[in-house]
Design a protein around this ligand. Structure first.
Ligand SMILES: [Zn+2]
Length: 88
């Protein structure tokens, strides 16, 4: 039986409601690699909520549901431990 792994995902609503400004530092990046300010990150998260995305994936997750999160991978699909910060 193949082992199954699940990527971590982040609750968009949870971050917006519970994170302090300093909690956003170094977590989100623009497409060009520049870090987002807390204000920019909050705007990006609000945009995700407006699209109906309750959770956002970790980098490398290609089996993701925007309401439920990672749907899982067999061990052959991915290597655990390659998670990285989310980029917008
Ligand atoms: Zn995944």
């Amino acid at each position: 039986m193949a082992k199954k792994s699940i990527h971590i995902s982040m609750s968009v609503r949870g971050a917006l409601l519970n994170w302090r400004d300093r909690d956003f530092e170094g977590v989100f990046k623009h497409d060009d690699g520049r870090p987002m300010t807390a204000r920019e990150a909050k705007a990006a998260l609000l945009e995700e909520l407006s699209k109906g995305h309750e959770v956002i994936p970790s980098e490398g997750c290609d089996n993701f549901d925007v309401k439920k999160g990672c749907l899982g991978h067999t061990q052959a699909d991915t290597a655990v431990g390659r998670l990285a910060p989310v980029c917008f």
